[in-house]
Ligand binder design. Structure first.
Ligand code: UT7
Length: 321
């Protein structure tokens, strides 16, 4: 038994924040942002929109695309670092929205790698017969933990959600998932506060994303190179067999480095960073949905998904779409 992606959907909040607007907020330029990151605009949730709101829209679109209804869903896993509340988790909040009750519902908190971690877990449940219609989501409202006075981070992140439906299949589907993490690098990309570790008077760091971008960049490039090599080697695949690279949308230059490693022309790499910015756990399913809906990715294509994020955490998935 294997699992396959039976449907996909995504959602971006309506509000668009352009580089030109950011020029009026912090000491930056459109030219700097575009040349260093590739980003031109990003979507930002309205004040009354939460991660669950974004996830719900993406999930409804994925269910519609798969031809299933909420009543068919028997497993929900959400990759997110920006849940609405500490608990109930976003999966449980979605059960309420869809009026479905009883199936397992939980979230995984691995920053930008959340979707691929979630996909890997759901794949194992479907393959082992533990789920027949799994809803897998990556959803974030990173704008809520962005310091809008910090030019080193606020130009990078955006909000959004992407979702897939996984169902059993006789042929793969999800061919393999490869996950990894290394907590040694915890201080290069983090949010210093949570529920157990709270902000105290006199603390200098705000409750926002802190990133030593240049150092993150170097580890990201190296780790992703190793990750794609590992994914190809473990599947006895030649790099030229991959039809599409669907990378985490953190930075055009990081994506180009991975594409170079795979010897892939950039027209075989799905790039949404220009329009979406870095949406963390939502970025890979958002990119995948974009290329499926515009007709670039076709059924039967061989896809390599990869991601890297805070922790550090990373993951890849090889998929016959
Ligand atoms: O998704 C999770 C993983 N995250 C990532 O993968 C992010 C990885 N890192 C990056 O994408 C890049 O490192 C950044 C886009 C964050 C930064 O690009 P960079 O080329 O590494 O720049 P830098 O941090 O080395 O900074 C270069 C200069 C500095 O000024 P000085 O010290 O050379 O005078 C910064 O202060 O650019 C300055 N700078 C800015 N200037 C204008 C930093 N942010 C900005 C800004 N506008 N927004």
């Amino acid at each position: 038994m294997y699992s396959r992606i039976a449907g996909i959907g995504s959602y971006l909040p309506e509000r668009v924040l352009t580089n030109a607007e950011l020029e009026t907020m912090v000491d930056t330029t459109d030219e700097w942002i575009r040349s260093r990151t590739g980003i031109e605009r990003r979507h930002i949730a309205n004040d009354d929109q939460t991660t669950t709101d974004l996830a719900e829209q993406a999930a409804r679109r994925a269910m519609e695309n798969a031809g299933v209804t909420p009543a068919d869903i028997d497993f929900i896993v959400v990759g997110t670092t920006t849940p609405d509340v500490v608990f109930p988790n976003v999966g449980c909040l979605l059960q309420q929205r869809f009026d479905i009750h009883g199936c397992p519902a939980f979230s995984v908190e691995t920053a930008c790698s959340g979707f691929i971690y979630a996909l890997s877990i759901a794949d194992r449940y479907v393959v082992s017969g533990g789920a027949k219609c799994a809803l897998v989501i990556g959803a974030e409202t990173l704008s809520r933990m962005t310091d809008w006075n910090d030019r080193a981070t606020c130009v990078i992140f955006g909000d959004g959600a992407g979702a897939v439906i996984l169902q059993p299949a006789d042929e793969p589907g999800i061919i393999s998932c490869h996950l990894g993490a290394d907590g040694r690098y915890h201080d290069l990309l983090y949010n210093p506060y949570g529920t157990s570790k709270q902000r105290k008077p006199g603390d200098t760091e705000g409750p926002y994303i802190q990133m030593r971008g240049n150092e993150v960049f170097k580890v990201a490039v190296k780790t992703l190179e190793n990750l794609v090599d590992q994914t190809l080697a473990e599947n006895h695949l030649d790099k030229h067999e991959i039809d599409w690279l669907v990378p985490h949308q953190a930075n055009t230059r990081i994506i180009q480095a991975t594409a170079k490693r795979l010897d892939m022309p950039m027209d075989k790499v799905v790039m949404t960073v220009r329009e979406h910015g870095n949406t963390s756990a939502a970025s890979v399913p958002l990119a995948l949905d974009t290329a499926v809906r515009d007709g670039r990715i076709q059924r039967g294509d061989l896809l390599l998904l990869e991601t890297f994020g805070g922790g550090f955490t990373w993951g890849s998935s090889l998929i016959r779409f």
